[in-house]
Design a protein around this ligand. Structure first.
Ligand code: ARG
Length: 244
């Protein structure tokens, strides 16, 4: 239902030789994206599924994740300027992004969804297309792109982050938010009775960990990722976050 499916390894057991020698990895993430990455209000720590995935990978290939909260706008420029060793931030693997950056193998596949107000739970894409109703998304995401494709640019409102888009939905400044289904589920739970996942079955995106083009670190991270797929760690994390 939530379309969160961990990709299980198909290969026979193999040796995981990669060893990053305890290297500290500076990791850029836009921690405004439940349940992938958010700032825990009590501890101030960045927490979430992506954090758990990176911790599990580093346990396999001997690295130390150091998460840095950063705005989505500019996150890839910062990576390319060497400000981060990698980015994990619910990032969809797309052909355009692959032109300028390198991705790990996918660690999850998510299907996009539209959050609606419970009172308008029967709204359809046709209603948005007809005009007068706004569909919101975060600027520079695959969600924003899909929104424009589905309902037309003139019916889309863009926000710097999804927290702002969700607030706009609560205030009825917009009538829907298009977002990865994994996060739609989290918001539906957080705002139960007010917001609901109303439109599903949209485009699926594989999510990956992002590196500067040509950075060999991706090979070690891919070995760690294969290891957490093979031993069931990744599946366990997926079920911790999304049930099933
Ligand atoms: N998967 C979408 C994309 O890559 C949205 C990711 C948004 N992530 C975030 N931390 N705000 O475009």
């Amino acid at each position: 239902l939530l379309a969160a499916a961990a990709l299980t390894a198909m290969a026979a057991p193999m040796a995981y030789a990669a060893d990053l020698d305890g290297r500290v990895l500076k990791i850029g993430t836009d921690a405004t994206y439940p349940p992938m990455e958010t700032v825990d209000e009590t501890t101030g720590q960045i927490v979430g599924f992506d954090v758990d995935v990176m911790n599990a990978i580093c346990e396999k290939v001997n690295c130390v994740p150091n998460f840095v909260n950063t705005a989505w706008d500019g996150i890839f420029a910062a990576l390319q300027q060497g400000e981060f060793d990698l980015v994990i931030s619910g990032v969809s693997i797309t052909p355009e992004r692959e032109e300028t950056m390198d991705f790990s193998e996918p660690y999850i596949v998510v299907s996009q969804a539209i959050l609606l107000q419970v009172d308008n739970a029967d709204m359809t894409l046709e209603d948005f297309k007809a005009g007068g109703q706004k569909l919101a998304a975060q600027t520079g995401t695959t969600n924003a792109q899909l929104a424009e494709d589905l309902v037309g640019r003139e019916n889309v409102s863009l926000y710097d982050n999804f927290s702002a888009a969700i607030l706009a939905l609560q205030n009825a400044d917009v009538q829907g938010v298009i977002i990865d289904g994994t996060s739609a589920a989290a918001y539906e739970q957080e705002f139960a009775g007010a917001l609901t996942v109303g439109i599903t079955g949209l485009q699926s995106d594989p999510l990956g960990i992002v590196f500067q083009e040509g950075d060999a670190t991706v090979d070690a991270i891919n070995e760690g990722l294969a290891a957490i797929k093979a031993d069931g760690t990744l599946d366990k994390l997926v079920s911790n976050y999304w049930g099933t």
